[in-house]
Design a protein around this ligand. Structure first.
Ligand code: AMP
Length: 194
């Protein structure tokens, strides 16, 4: 890989602080932040066909189908080639997405350097998401049963992605409880170890 290129996956359950930490990492390392959740919300806000399709899954706390998600992600990466690295937030969420990401990067002679997984307890997750829901305007942040569904989907479909990158020695579990700056320092230490 190019020496200064750093490609990270910020991983963890919904409400684990991925978005918050991604913003801080982007500032420090000058990476392009790609959040598939944000991309879907942008499409939904503009009532595009992609947005309307995504909405029917997102409002139930289910995953948007891989075909849709991978296509959207690929567009975003392809249209931003001149960056010093990518930080993927909320993607990949399935093994299929992880394989697609690895092939997309391989075509560009790039690799994922590290998957940083934020570890947060379930009851804290629910608390954080309900708190965020007061201001996020997100329907999926305001309903306890949708939140529970998102947590279940994470455990069943998404957590295997940690093991997938662990096989390549790239997955790291980072304590995600505590204050924002303290967690950021833990992530920084892992980025410096690349
Ligand atoms: P997030 O903002 O990352 O919590 O994502 C919000 C919602 O968007 C998720 O609950 C999913 O319904 C959908 N979503 C975001 N990223 C993905 C992905 N990589 N694969 C499938 N669905 C996704």
């Amino acid at each position: 890989r190019a020496i200064h290129m750093i490609n990270l996956i910020l991983f963890g359950p919904p409400g684990s602080g991925k978005g918050t930490q991604a913003i801080k990492l982007v500032e420090k390392y000058n990476l392009l932040h790609i959040s598939t959740g944000d991309l879907f919300r942008y499409e939904m806000g503009n009532n595009t066909p992609l947005g309307l399709e995504a909405k029917s899954y997102i409002e139930k706390g289910q995953l948007v189908p891989d075909s849709v998600t991978i296509g959207m992600l690929k567009n975003k990466v392809d249209s931003n080639p001149d960056v010093s690295g990518y930080i993927f937030d909320g993607f990949p969420r399935t093994i299929n997405q992880a394989e697609a990401l690895d092939s997309l990067l391989a075509e560009k002679k790039l690799v994922i350097d590290k998957l940083l997984s934020l570890k947060v307890e379930d009851d804290e997750i629910v608390k954080r998401i309900l708190h965020r829901g007061k201001t996020s305007g997100r329907a999926d942040d305001n309903d306890a049963s949708i939140i529970q569904n998102r947590i279940n989907v994470y455990k069943q479909e998404t957590s295997p992605v940690f093991d997938y990158y662990a096989k390549a020695g790239k997955s790291v579990l980072v304590e995600g409880m505590g204050d924002i700056d303290e967690i950021f320092e833990r992530l920084n230490a892992e980025v410096h170890a690349i």
